[in-house]
Design a protein. Structure first.
Length: 298
């Protein structure tokens, strides 16, 4: 069984690099930047070296270098020029391209080296917001176009998850400075997409708040345990693929947990938040477009 993707179609290269297939063909013919192999039916096939080179060329081209100049450089000169081309946006774009190559080749070392380079210039919070989130959104597009398999997505997501956990652990040794507010982080039953809620855990801890992280697939009745634990209690959840009926879920939450005695708050993020009946939203129940919007509310 072939576990590592070693061959790419021109369409794969287009999706990964952002360079149109037509442009790639022109660059090949006019500047000989790539040398694809051919199948028995004369279809172009590219290896990982070609992919890496095109990612570098696309990066330089996006940052003002003409293809005619790039084509005269050796592979090492191209790589060196990429490394020396650094600005805030450039660095993030280059990192995303490196993560793509790491994902396709199941290359944990490349991921880790790229991540370590990012941390020399950025905080972990900046890396997650400015690099990991756009990267994960791009993975979503690759998934929709069948360019990647579940194994690709799981491999790279687990590496990112490891980094979130390691940064959370560092903060958990510190005593919260705000004991009056308690944040309960959970995902509804059958919801397994946890990277967003994990990062919220990190952000809250970094701001000095007390957090109880419950993780995924938490039944509503289990949340009643926490209603007396602090003066102000905030439940935060991500609705990505669950619950199936968000409006019914919110109604049940209000019925089971919110009362005059327990003026709790429920904050919701995720794709399925848009399915919630807006009439249910009030000072106790709020939705947020993204994590940055949520942290501004704190």
């Amino acid at each position: 069984m072939q576990y590592i993707k070693k061959e790419f179609s021109i369409k794969d290269l287009e999706v990964l690099s952002g360079v149109k297939a037509h442009t790639i063909r022109i660059w090949e013919k006019r500047y000989h930047i790539l040398e694809p192999n051919r199948t028995d039916t004369n279809i172009r096939v590219y290896d990982t070296t070609s992919l890496q080179k095109l990612l570098n060329i696309a990066f330089l081209n996006e940052n003002g270098y003409k293809i005619s100049r790039i084509s005269n450089l050796s592979d090492k000169e191209i790589s060196d020029l990429v490394q020396s081309t650094s600005s805030s946006n450039n660095y993030e774009n280059r990192a995303i391209k490196s993560f793509l190559v790491a994902m396709f080749n199941y290359d944990a070392v490349l991921f880790l080296n790229t991540y370590d380079e990012l941390l020399k210039k950025r905080t972990f919070s900046e890396v997650f917001k400015d690099v990991f989130i756009p990267f994960l959104e791009h993975i979503g597009l690759l998934w929709q176009t069948n360019t990647i398999t579940p194994s690709h997505e799981h491999f790279i997501s687990n590496l990112i998850r490891q980094k979130v956990y390691s940064n959370i652990e560092k903060l958990q040794y510190e005593k919260p400075f705000c004991e009056e507010k308690l944040f309960i982080l959970f995902l509804p039953e059958n919801e397994i997409h946890d990277l967003g809620i994990l990062f919220i855990n990190y952000e809250l801890l970094s701001l000095g708040y007390k957090v109880i992280f419950l993780g995924h697939t938490i039944p509503l009745e289990n949340l009643k345990t926490f209603t007396h634990m602090a003066k102000e209690i905030f439940f935060i959840s991500y609705f990505t693929i669950q619950p199936e009926d968000p409006t019914s879920y919110i109604k049940e939450f209000k019925k089971e947990l919110i009362s005059e005695e327990h003026q709790l708050k429920l904050w919701i993020l995720g794709h399925k938040k848009s399915e919630i009946d807006k009439s249910l939203l009030n000072e106790n129940i709020s939705t947020f477009k993204n994590i940055s919007e949520l942290t501004l509310k704190l």
